[in-house]
Design a protein around this ligand. Structure first.
Ligand code: PEP
Ligand code: MG
Length: 595
């Protein structure tokens, strides 16, 4: 890869947000997804044939490019991805798109790019007006194909991570979880983005997939052109563009230290999760796919505390039917039994969306028609998923977790639907656990304020601290500009978490934390002191938490909690926690730089 870097500066360091640990040194692959700027101009009638020939060449080139991408995918066996490419290839034969453009070049005497842009705008208007979700989705496929032809007309290079020949760091303005899922992981060794926060779902996915990532760099895409060497330090959250030999040596050494640290943590995986004074806690894993279940158990998880089922939808072109979902759950249960599997019903929306489930135009997706609200509105979708979960419940211990609950009425509606589905299965003679445990994600302020009521309505709590912090502190969890406010040690959050744990204890139901803060050892110690009996985390974090637990006395936690609950700002709390940790854990040589 050779190209001119936009920044010629040597050792140009930019700090962002550490999203997924690991250190990588590779070349930049700039993934620019922005719409091509097109100018329209008039052409003379004599130039029309040439303009149409150029357009036809650009279409032929697009066809060739897509075929090449398709061939490279087939080798890797990714059926979902091939389907997307097949659809795009079919669109390239669409007469409305092709004739529409060439007719416009002729009738309006304009350049091919301008004509194509007008045709695409017409498509967009028409597709936006239709109710049919499937058709609307085809609209965005047409746009993608159109942008490809426009790039070819302009002579710019087409981009797809499938084209990567060697390992590279993907640099992008933003990546959706779906983009991340489609990356060829043998080639994409790290990614960095302008946008994003530590708990945005792309960051969560990077941790699950073990891809180092730095997000929230604000303008990294403006500073690189592709082809530069870049160091990605997903532990500290910084990148260095055009590093000199000395810097490379420094990071190479840090990389080796990190690898040794991870290696040494391995010995903690299978140890019990227990404090110095013998207090036990259950550590489970958060997963998105069945493939992760085995790794979770090998990393020492005692069950799955959170299966984010929406990722099964995002990894496919069409929503998985009941049988596909059942088979996926079965695979997980087989690997995790005798431990329980907590299956969260569809938590679609926010930054997680999938083309075939239309959420409409959501002006404020984090607060819109998402999650349980969507399931209660699209009941067929919900019932299909519940049937799969309930059938799977006959194979091992399964619990149902309802996301983004904000009122008791939602729980009651869900319970009624679950009972109906159980009856329906019974009527069909299909086995299921009719006493299945039903819990809620506590992740809205209203769920916290009503936690005593909820504790009598459900079988367990699972606190989604990622969303709880977002909604309590009114900060978009994916927005890099307010990431500095995203503070698990904020006194309001500490109080909320304590309230929930106490309510659960009073009603005798288990309380778990499955947000990202559970995987941060210092927070884990505090959560334990609050009374949480379970922590669920990305499986890479388990050994680290177990290691620290083993050096921790639970009395220290209670003392620390009492102190910090009396403080009034997040900074005071942080300072107090750091000071106390040095006193309580003087000999601990944990790799704090990697935590
Ligand atoms: C959370 O909100 O803390 C959570 C665990 O769920 P998600 O990150 O999928 O929103
Ligand atoms: Mg959540």
């Amino acid at each position: 890869m050779t190209s001119l870097a936009r920044t010629e500066k040597i050792n140009f360091r930019i700090d962002g947000i550490a999203a997924s640990a690991g250190i990588v040194i590779a070349e930049v692959y700039l993934l620019d997804r922005r719409r091509v700027d097109v100018e329209e101009w008039s052409i003379s009638p004599a130039a029309i044939d040439d303009e149409i020939a150029k357009f036809n060449d650009a279409v032929a080139l697009a066809r060739e490019q897509l075929r090449q991408v398709r061939n490279s995918i087939e080798k890797d066996d990714s059926e979902e991805h091939s389907l997307i490419i097949d659809t795009q290839l079919m669109i390239l034969d669409d007469q409305m798109l092709l004739d529409g453009t060439t007719n416009l070049v002729r009738s309006a005497c304009i350049n091919a790019s301008g004509a194509l842009r007008r045709v695409l705008q017409g498509f967009r208007r028409n597709f936006e007006a239709v109710d049919d979700e499937y058709l609307r989705e085809r609209g965005s496929d047409i746009e993608m194909v159109g942008e490809r032809i426009l790039r070819n007309l302009r002579g710019s290079v087409q981009q797809s991570t499938a084209d990567l020949r060697s390992q590279a760091v993907v640099v992008a303005h933003d990546l959706s979880p779906a983009d991340t899922l489609q990356m060829d992981r043998s080639k994409v060794v790290a990614f960095v983005t302008d946008l994003g926060g530590r708990t945005s779902h792309t960051a969560i996915l990077a941790r699950s997939l073990g891809i180092p990532a730095v997000v929230g760099l604000e303008n990294i895409t403006a500073l690189v052109a592709g082809g530069e060497r870049i160091i990605v330090d997903g532990c500290s959250g910084s990148v260095v563009v055009n590093p000199c030999a000395h810097t490379i040596k420094h990071y190479e050494e840090k990389r080796q230290r990190y690898l040794r640290y991870r290696q040494q943590l391995q010995s903690y995986c299978q140890l019990p999760a227990q404090t110095l004074d013998g207090r036990k806690i259950t550590i489970k894993a958060n997963i998105e796919f069945p493939e992760e279940a085995e790794l979770a158990i090998n990393n020492g998880a005692e069950g799955i505390g959170l299966l984010r089922t929406e990722f099964m939808y995002m990894a496919r072109q069409t929503p998985p039917d009941e049988e596909i979902q059942f088979q996926e759950f079965k695979r997980i249960i087989e690997q995790v039994t005798p431990h329980p599997v907590t299956i969260r019903t569809l938590d679609m929306g926010g930054d997680k969306f999938v083309s075939d489930i239309c959420l409409g135009d959501e002006p404020n997706p984090a607060m819109g028609l998402r999650s349980i609200r969507l399931s209660l509105r699209e009941q067929q979708l919900f019932r299909t998923q519940l049937r799969a979960i309930l059938r799977a419940s006959a194979l091992g211990e399964v619990r149902i977790l309802l996301p983004m609950i904000s009122g008791v009425a939602e729980v009651r509606s869900c319970r009624a639907i679950i009972s109906q589905v159980i009856e329906e299965l019974r009527g069909e003679g299909v086995a299921c656990d009719s006493e299945i445990a039903i819990g809620i994600m506590v992740e809205t302020p209203s769920a916290v304020l009503l936690c005593d009521v909820f504790a009598r309505e459900v079988d367990f709590f699972s606190v989604g601290s990622n969303d709880l912090i977002q909604y309590c502190l009114a900060i978009d969890r994916g927005n890099e500009h307010v990431a500095y406010l995203y503070e698990p040690l904020h006194p309001a959050i500490l109080r909320a978490l304590t309230m929930v744990a106490e309510a659960a204890q009073r009603e005798g139901i288990p309380a778990c934390i499955c947000g990202e803060m559970a995987a941060e050892p210092i927070y884990a110690m505090l959560l334990l002191a609050m009374g949480y009996s379970e922590l669920s985390m990305n499986s890479g974090g388990i050994s680290q938490v177990k290691k620290l637990l083993g050096q921790w006395h639970s009395e220290n936690g209670r003392e620390l909690l009492t102190k910090i609950l009396a403080l009034t700002t997040a900074d005071e709390v942080k300072e107090c926690v750091e000071r106390q940790m040095k006193i309580y854990l003087p000999d601990v040589e944990v790799g704090w730089e990697f935590v």
